[in-house]
Design a protein around this ligand. Structure first.
Ligand SMILES: [Zn+2]
Length: 259
């Protein structure tokens, strides 16, 4: 017997399925990743509604015997058209959706994951292109927090010292641990490609943005070199967690062309 259900959901992906139908993947606030079929031909109004970045109230029928879900309505509350009007915004938004899909919506807690994605996309759709690298980096680090994968960067794992506030810390992705500047120095000769420096300003910036909603991030200035370090380490940690490369297009470099 089919059951009618409703939830708050954001469209992550839509794929053609056969001649007429589409398979949509949502992140829902209540249930996490949700896959459902959209029946109907090109004239169906729902086809325009169920499209990546759109967020709203989803109604669907669930058939527990066949384990299928059928979309019956989608009341879009956030359309975010700006994400389709510039290539840089589209690439950045798509990268965020890819990260969420690749990590199965985080595996829970759903509400936290949903709020982070929703607020970051909302901010992304209102900012200038020059601000995109900061917002994407904000998302990477906050998503690591949702996944429970933030690295320890305030203590050296080798000599157990507390690193100084202005000290450069070296994170080894091979050992998956951080070293103070003196312990990191000899390793630089052998593992250069797998060592990620992060300066004191970068660690302070990360600590701040982990406490802020996406809309507030631009208030905290960060210099370009520090941002590049934070991006590089965050991307490496996320790629390690997902066991796959993440493509941002040229999203993370767009800042340079605006300076
Ligand atoms: Zn040390």
């Amino acid at each position: 017997m089919s059951r009618s259900k409703t939830c708050t959901a954001l469209v992550l992906q839509v794929r053609q399925s056969g001649e007429q139908n589409r398979e949509a993947v949502f992140l829902s606030r209540e249930e996490g990743i949700l896959k459902a079929t959209l029946f109907g031909g090109p004239k169906s109004k729902l086809r325009a509604y169920v499209s990546p970045f759109h967020e709203g109230i989803l109604w669907y029928y669930e058939d527990p015997v066949r384990n299928t879900k059928k979309i019956t309505d989608f009341d879009v509350r956030h359309w975010r058209p700006a994400l389709r009007e510039s290539y840089a915004h589209l690439m950045a938004g798509s990268a965020l959706l890819e990260i969420v899909l690749a990590s199965q919506g985080s595996g829970g807690p759903w509400q936290e994951a949903f709020t982070l994605l929703s607020e970051t996309l909302e901010t992304l759709s209102t900012i200038q292109e020059a601000g995109i690298p900061v917002i994407v980096t904000y998302f990477i680090w906050n998503w690591l927090k949702v996944l429970g994968l933030l690295p320890e960067l305030e203590h050296c794992q080798n000599c157990a010292c507390n690193v100084r506030p202005d000290e450069v810390v070296w994170y080894s992705s091979l050992e998956q641990q951080a070293y103070c500047s003196s312990c990191g120095e000899p390793i630089q000769r052998t593992e250069r490609e797998r060592l990620f420096p992060i300066n004191g300003g970068g660690r302070r910036w990360v600590a701040r943005i982990l406490e802020l909603p996406a809309s507030q991030v631009e208030r905290y200035r960060v210099d370009e070199q520090t941002l590049a370090q934070v991006q590089r380490l965050g991307t490496e940690l996320l790629q390690q967690a997902l066991s796959r490369p993440i493509s941002y297009g040229d999203t993370l470099n767009s800042r340079r062309s605006y300076l």
